[in-house]
Design a protein around this ligand. Structure first.
Ligand code: GAP
Length: 465
């Protein structure tokens, strides 16, 4: 069941506390595009770093990449996106909103996965006759037939006019892995890597998604974190299982309970793929399990296609075995913005304390946007303010910290709870005598006195930086 309330509360908190803003709001907004404020940018960076650490820093078999968003347009013809990357849409004639026809069918237990538009319309018409479909937005039954809708976002480069002509059209990449395939040869040549090895990259992707009001779950501009693991087909099964296990563990390590995770096996696969699973997370604010990450065994299709269309030999030569072959690929692909939503959905907690409700984001401490808040007990006592500033200045070298002297301590705790700050450090009058401060824990609300001298060490024990 969708916790409508929870979705509204998350959207409101994200805006009010500077995590996520609707894009171009002063001009009325731009559908399915969002901006990230101070705390949002910090949280997104921390999730990105947590992924990069596991996928690149801690592995000797993975190389990093940062390829351009614009690529030669043939890339997307070779990959099949120009001809096939489409979604079926239905429009409401009354309110002009647009809906995904395949999602409507799914709600009635009919899978439209990889089905032609004729099949989709046949099923939609049956539901229409049975009076089982209506507009999700205004309830009208005056809906169009389903039509296919390209998800590719087009632009032009080097054209003297603003018009798109076929010869100067370029696409904003719909997935980041295209840049990885095109840099496979550069990576082998420059990094002297041997199979199996992976290339990982994080970056923006663009899709002309049919808008479906799910906050940042599905947007038209988003960031992907993708890793393509190149290997000999004989070890695909073993490495595919390894990546499934490693990616699953990453979620547990960052605080997602295993009951909120699920494997979804794709039964209908692209002709080149041998296996595809999604990691799903149970979004309370979206009413159930939804895909957050895909793990795919893609065969040798990508490199074969790019080899064919570019005329460049992308085979790998195994010197020991004296074998030449096009490497196969195991892919892990996850949306950074979708993970952001997942971590907020999981962290969002409301607790009754006496007559008040405490809203707290119980993030994994290493993902929290602000790690430590430092307060002087009173704003108008210069000696407390000076000591608190001194502590803030020394902690901020290693941790993202915030100094706050506004309002009473209770209010300052609530503000930090709402953005998920794990520790609040308060300098009071005793601090000037005993050289100790009070540390308050976000989750337990327990307080502890710690020597100022030992503060850095205390934090080091609890937080990574
Ligand atoms: N290279 C494979 C690929 O792109 P995908 O299933 O289309 O596969 C992978 O996308 C992940 O990217 C998804 O699991 C999701 O987390 C994220 N993603 C895809 N489309 C998105 C969108 N419109 N908005 C936000 N995230 C999206």
């Amino acid at each position: 069941m969708i916790e409508q309330n929870k979705m509204e509360k998350i959207v409101s908190l994200c805006k009010r506390r500077g995590f996520v803003f609707p894009s171009s709001e002063i001009y009325g907004g731009l559908a399915a595009i969002y901006d990230y404020g101070h705390y949002g940018a910090l949280l997104k960076n921390n999730i990105r770093d947590a992924w990069w650490k596991h996928m690149v820093q801690l592995r000797s078999d993975i190389i990093g990449l940062d390829s351009a968003i614009f690529m030669h347009p043939t890339t997307w013809i070779a990959s099949g996106h120009v001809g096939n990357f489409m979604d079926p849409q239905i429009d409401c004639r009354k309110c002009k909103n647009r809906m995904r026809a395949d999602h409507i069918l799914e709600e009635h237990g009919i899978s439209a996965d990889k089905q032609p538009i004729e099949f989709i319309n046949e099923q939609i018409n049956k539901l229409r006759e049975e009076k089982k479909i209506k507009c999700q937005f205004c309830g009208s039954t005056d809906l169009t037939q389903a039509r296919v809708f390209s998800l590719m976002v087009k632009s032009n480069l080097g054209s003297p006019t603003e018009e798109l002509s076929e010869e100067n059209v370029v696409y904003l990449r719909p997935e980041t892995c295209g840049g990885i395939y095109l840099n496979y040869k550069n990576t082998v040549d420059s990094m002297r890597v041997k199979l199996p090895f992976g290339i990982a990259q994080i970056g923006k992707a663009f899709r002309n998604e049919i808008v479906a009001r799910q906050f940042i779950f599905r947007t038209r501009e988003f960031e992907q974190m993708e890793m393509q693991y190149f290997l000999h087909p004989s070890i695909m099964k073993e490495k595919y299982e390894m990546w499934k296990e490693l990616r699953w563990k990453w979620y547990l390590e960052y605080g997602i309970p295993k009951e909120k995770l699920n494997w979804y096996k794709h039964e209908k696969l692209a002709h080149y793929a041998s296996e595809a699973y999604d990691i799903e997370y149970k979004f309370e604010s979206l009413g159930g399990f939804k895909e957050v990450e895909g793990i795919h065994a893609r065969g040798d299709w990508d490199l074969s296609q790019h080899s064919k269309f570019s005329g460049i030999d992308l085979t790998y030569f195994d010197q020991e075995k004296e074998e030449k072959f096009i490497p196969h690929i195991a892919e892990t692909s996850v949306g950074l913005n979708r993970l952001f939503f997942m971590f907020i959905d999981n962290a969002f907690t409301e607790e009754k304390i006496d007559d008040e409700t405490r809203t707290v984001l119980k993030f994994n401490k290493n993902l929290a946007p602000i790690k430590i808040a430092v307060f002087p007990l009173l704003k108008n006592k210069p000696e407390l303010v000076a000591k608190a500033k001194e502590i803030y200045d020394s902690l901020k070298i290693n941790y993202m910290c915030e100094f706050d002297d506004n309002g009473n301590i209770g209010k300052r705790y609530r503000r930090q709870d709402e953005i998920g700050t794990p520790y609040c450090v308060t300098v009071d009058f005793d601090s000037l005598e005993d050289k100790k401060v009070t540390i308050r824990d976000r989750d337990t609300m327990q307080q502890e006195r710690v020597e100022i001298e030992k503060l850095e060490e205390w934090m080091k024990d609890k937080l990574a930086f």
